[in-house]
Ligand binder design. Structure first.
Ligand code: NAP
Ligand code: SF4
Length: 667
């Protein structure tokens, strides 16, 4: 099993122990005061977990290439010295690690941004200045200098970030390169910059050092590269001395999702597969690969020589080791939510992982086995209760987990039924196996009460949430009104016209569920987002018409302002765009008047309107479930409340699981 994925890869001068590359990911530790020690612990854990080659987050080769004013740079001997702690930690566990060199170009969030041409990015605050020939040559030199220092620091190689719309990509594409000199104009000139960078790195580091080039194979922006251009550059990069070519999909400014959970698994491996026959160096594929089965299939079918996974190594550092031991069912699978990784990084916070709060906190969150096992009751087998119960049992406590329904999962059981959120099922599978592994005693269909709980040393209430009751005239008519929980659980028939009260994460999810196209084939998804599989059009874009839904759906909120983005910092735009493409009506500033046989009566700016909905769906947030709360004081200090039972407002699974794990470590 997984014999292709786990097969070593011979690079001539060195061997990788398997075909799994841990893709570059900014963690926020790069800039942290104690960052390099923490980063060393973070990567060491992944090296111990068996990954073949790690690529660090991006480090700028010079000051002006930094993404933020205080972003990490790798350009001086002192940086090389400081990074030795990272490379040594990885090597101690038999791993290999490459430093990613990333120049932000026009994506830099400071006024000293530079690019091929002075064209501001749609997602940037600052317009870049156009680089002079001298600045271009200095930047090439800076890449080579950083690579040489990386070698000195003990890195096994570097990855040159040539994709996602950063500086190198900005030179390659007409979209961002209007130059008339030898660095602009025809394609030969536009690809000169990456080729000169690779050649000068190779000259500095010699033959026995890995150079990976992250090549944007599908830009997903207008005036991006054509397929012929991508192939030509790949071939020239090979001649210039790269060891491995990695795949990049989509610029940051592209308005097409490339890694979010609604992107089908392995949705872009066909791109790498198209390029692969044109080069002879190993080629890596990536994006939404999150299981060893997918990795194995990709390598076995010859789509790529290696698979890159980034977020799956936040979710589970032991991904490879578990695959090796044929324990894939025990892998804590990345569900592609972005909620604790990219969303955090974009807010300037340290990355972690929704399903694995230990990620990037390896030196701070350390579970220690107990010498004095206690009997502990956990009430509620939703995400918070599951995380707490399994952590406690792993440490040696005797844990009873009470769940009043007939299955575990709580709110995740609802989430996994939303099309595009099926990955949440994996977390339930993970916890189900953790219950067995750690010896938690699970009691389904069991309503815990104060009498039962009084016998325990500690009691954890993780009893979750229930949909909020709202007060609108006519809300009690079951033929006309349903709450989201009942709708998803019972698959209630809603008719062709639906009004959704509440435009938070769940209102948006329900709207997208109701308007979801019937087919879930990858080609249909690519078509829905206008992706040209032939890459015959520059950037791989094709303006397919939007596929409007047959249903009439209104999503409503009382607050004025933007409607339909949901809570995700990096995924909100995808939700909104999805709803717009399907013709969903998004209304803010709504007052609810009444619900009757005609539908939902509302007013906006004092103008009455009738939405002739067949069904009104209530997605108005949640309230905590706190059973026998009047008896809680009797438990004193031994009662602990976590997750939605603690606080239902802005409940999200990141907080629920984190609270569960932290309490599980503490008791
Ligand atoms: P929510 O985000 O708090 O949204 C509740 C919605 O209901 C708001 O639009 C609110 O808007 C409206 N509302 C609140 N009280 C109301 C009332 N009394 N009458 C009428 N409308 C009312 O809650 P949610 O949508 O249930 O989501 C719960 C949590 O799940 C979220 O906080 C989120 O963290 C998580 N979640 C995340 C995602 C994701 O993709 N990341 C997806 C789903 C859920 P107005 O008050 O303006 O009317
Ligand atoms: Fe994956 Fe979500 Fe964890 Fe990020 S937070 S690594 S997307 S599971």
């Amino acid at each position: 099993m997984y014999s292709n994925l786990l097969k070593p890869l011979d690079l001539g001068f060195t061997q990788l122990r398997n075909r799994v590359l841990m893709g570059s990911m900014h963690t926020g530790l790069e800039e942290d005061k104690k960052g390099l020690d923490r980063l060393a612990a973070f990567y060491a854990e992944r090296a111990k977990g068996g990954v073949g080659l790690i690529v660090t987050g991006g480090f700028s080769p010079n000051l002006r290439g930094r993404l933020h004013p205080f972003s990490a740079e790798f350009s001086k001997p002192k940086h090389a010295k400081a990074h030795q702690v990272v490379t040594e930690a990885v090597h101690q566990h038999g791993g290999k690690i490459a430093l990613q060199l990333l120049h932000a170009g026009r994506y830099a969030m400071h006024p000293f941004a530079q690019s091929a041409s002075a064209i501001r990015a749609p997602i940037a605050r600052f317009a870049p200045s156009e680089m002079s020939t001298r600045q271009i040559n200095n930047t090439i030199e800076a890449f080579a200098n950083s690579a040489e220092l990386a070698q000195l620091a003990g890195y096994d190689g570097v990855e040159v970030m040539g994709s996602e719309g950063y500086l190198i990509n900005q030179f390659i594409c007409q979209r961002t390169n209007n130059r008339y000199d030898e660095w602009g104009g025809d394609y030969q000139n536009r690809m000169r910059f990456p080729l000169e960078i690779v050649k000068s790195i190779r000259r500095k580091v010699g033959e026995r050092f890995i150079i990976i080039f992250r090549l944007s194979m599908l830009d997903l922006v207008e005036q991006g590269s054509t397929f012929d251009e991508v192939v030509l550059l790949a071939q020239e990069l090979e001649k210039a001395g790269v060891t491995i070519i990695n795949t990049g999909i989509g610029w940051h400014e592209a308005r097409i999702p490339t890694i979010a959970t609604q992107v089908p698994r392995s949705a872009f491996t066909w791109v790498t597969e198209k390029v692969k026959p044109h080069v002879s160096v190993p080629i890596v594929t990536c994006n939404r690969i999150n299981t060893p089965e997918e990795g194995e299939r990709i390598i076995a079918e010859g789509q790529a020589d290696m698979v890159s996974m980034a977020r799956p190594f936040l979710a589970d550092p032991y991904f490879v080791a578990k695959a090796e031991k044929q324990q894939a069912a025990l892998i804590n699978t990345c569900i592609g939510c972005n909620q604790a990784c990219l969303d955090n990084v974009f807010k300037g916070k340290r990355a972690s992982c929704l399903v694995n709060p230990y990620a990037c906190r390896e030196t701070e969150l350390i579970p220690v086995n107990t010498d004095t096992p206690k009997s502990i009751a956990v009430v509620g087998a939703g995400p918070a209760g599951l995380a707490c119960a399994t952590t406690l049992a792993q440490r040696g406590h005797n844990v009873d987990l009470f769940e009043r329904s007939d299955r575990i999962g709580g709110q995740f059981r609802l989430a996994m039924q939303i099309p595009g959120k099926e990955e949440f099922r994996e977390t339930i599978r993970y916890f189900a196996n953790q219950i067995d592994e750690t010896g938690v005693k699970l009691h389904l269909d069991t309503e815990a009460n104060a009498d039962l709980l009084s016998e325990y040393d500690e009691v954890v209430m993780a009893s979750g949430v229930t949909p909020r009751k709202v007060h609108i005239d006519g809300i009690d008519n079951p033929d006309k009104v349903v709450d989201y929980q009942t709708l998803i659980r019972d698959k209630t028939y809603v008719g062709d016209k639906v009004a959704i009260v509440g435009a938070g994460g769940i209102g948006v999810d329900v709207a997208s569920m109701l308007t979801e196209p019937e087919s879930h084939q990858l080609d249909d998804w690519l078509y829905e987002w206008g992706i040209d599989k032939e890459i015959a059009h520059p950037g791989g874009l094709y303006p397919y018409p939007d596929a409007m839904s047959d249903k009439t759906v209104w999503v409503l909120q009382r607050r004025k302002g933007r409607v339909g983005k949901g809570p995700g910092k990096t995924t909100g735009w995808i939700h909104k765009r999805t709803l717009e493409k399907r013709g969903v009506n998004l209304l803010g500033g709504v007052s609810y008047e009444k619900i009757d046989e005609q539908g939902l009566h509302i007013s906006i700016d004092d103008q009455p309107q009738l939405l002739d909905a067949d069904k009104v769906i209530i997605c108005a947030g949640q309230e905590s479930v706190r059973p026998f709360e009047n008896q809680w004081p009797e438990f004193g200090d031994k009662l602990h409340v976590i997750g939605g039972a603690d606080y239902a407002g802005e409940l999200d699974a990141v907080r629920a699981i984190k609270q569960g794990v932290e309490l599980g470590i503490k008791l």
